[in-house]
Design a protein around this ligand. Structure first.
Ligand SMILES: NC(=O)c1ccc[n+]([C@@H]2O[C@H](COP(=O)([O-])OP(=O)(O)OC[C@H]3O[C@@H](n4cnc5c(N)ncnc54)[C@H](OP(=O)(O)O)[C@@H]3O)[C@@H](O)[C@H]2O)c1
Length: 290
């Protein structure tokens, strides 16, 4: 991490992902509790956050901005236009906004907030145990220091990769962002297959999860491509060869490819819908439909 002093962080929409970031930031000493403010509309949630993490929790989103150097937007996509309308005009030029809202493009964020320094990021669910993968892209207005702060904030969730081309963030939404869904489905299918074979469900679960974790870590530590690792365990006339024949007959590669493309198309649709909402909002700044 190239930022050495703790950052001042404001979080808007302190739900599941935001809390993972709060815990990670505090554990990494990237921020101290007194320098972290998070907004949430519900009082019980604000009390939980303050009690668990010792941070300042506030009701109004605008109060989370304060003197924050980096403002994290972590609301659900359907709340984004409304939240950005509330924050519009309140950000100072030296503040940077880091959005993890699925589908929200840099253009949507810049137009919706009326602010140039924004970052679009896409984390994934393992962020909750700080083993996530986030792909992120800054707007051209972001300074080196602002990118360093974003990097430090995202490292609180696990690994991160900065990309210059924003379209890679949309692609990552389909690959690493949605990725845990594909792997949970694979786990589920293998556990069911184990039960079909005759294993008690709990034992099948433990065998499958340990095999996936071990294989993932092995692939990560190895210099070899997964195809080489697989070839190494595919003996002539053996069990792997018999199993792979069935996987290929079931179109496993094209099924995964179709799934990733479907998730990508959905990401782009979501992005277009959010852009249209922000455009409508710009024509109705009070949000009163007049
Ligand atoms: N979960 C993931 O693995 C994941 C991965 C990548 C990206 N993301 C993105 O991260 C964002 C947050 O996801 P999440 O899973 O953390 O969702 P979440 O737990 O629902 O967090 C959103 C929070 O915002 C609160 N909220 C509702 N209205 C608000 C308002 N007007 N102002 C401020 N806060 C408000 C919600 O309160 P209530 O609980 O009362 O509704 C909720 O606690 C989403 O945009 C999602 O696309 C999530």
């Amino acid at each position: 991490m190239s930022t050495t002093r703790p950052m001042r962080v404001g979080i808007v929409g302190a739900g599941v992902m935001a809390e993972a970031m709060i815990a990670g930031l505090l554990a990494n000493h990237a921020v101290t509790p007194d320098l972290l403010a998070a907004s949430h509309p519900r009082r019980e949630r604000r009390e939980v956050l303050a009690e668990r993490h010792g941070i300042r929790s506030v009701e109004a989103n605008r109060d989370a901005l304060g003197d924050a150097e980096i403002v994290v937007l972590a609301v659900k996509p359907q709340m984004l236009a409304r939240v950005m309308r509330d924050l519009r005009g309140l950000l100072s030029p030296d503040q940077v906004v880091l959005s993890i809202v699925a589908g929200a493009t840099i253009r949507t964020l810049v137009d919706g907030l009326g602010h140039d320094a924004v970052i679009r990021a896409m984390p994934n669910t393992p962020s909750q145990i700080r083993r996530g993968m986030t792909v992120w892209s800054p707007s051209s207005a972001c300074t080196e220091h602002q990118r360093d702060m974003a990097r430090a904030a995202l490292r609180s969730l696990g690994e991160e990769r900065e990309v210059a081309d924003e379209s890679f963030v949309a692609m990552a939404t389909a690959l690493s962002g949605t990725g845990p869904t594909y792997l949970f489905a694979v786990m589920e299918a293998l556990i069911d297959a184990g039960v079909h074979l005759g294993f008690p469900r709990e034992l099948a679960h433990d065998l499958v999860v340990a095999t996936l974790v071990g294989s993932a870590e092995y692939a990560q530590q190895s210099d070899l491509h997964p195809a080489q690792l697989r070839n190494a365990v595919t003996s002539p006339g053996g069990t792997s060869a018999a199993a792979i024949y069935e996987l290929e007959k079931g179109r496993i590669r094209t099924v995964f490819s179709d799934a990733v493309w479907a998730a990508h198309r959905r990401t782009l649709e979501l992005g277009q819908r959010l852009e249209a909402e922000v455009d409508r909002s710009a024509g109705d700044p009070d949000g009163d439909g007049s």
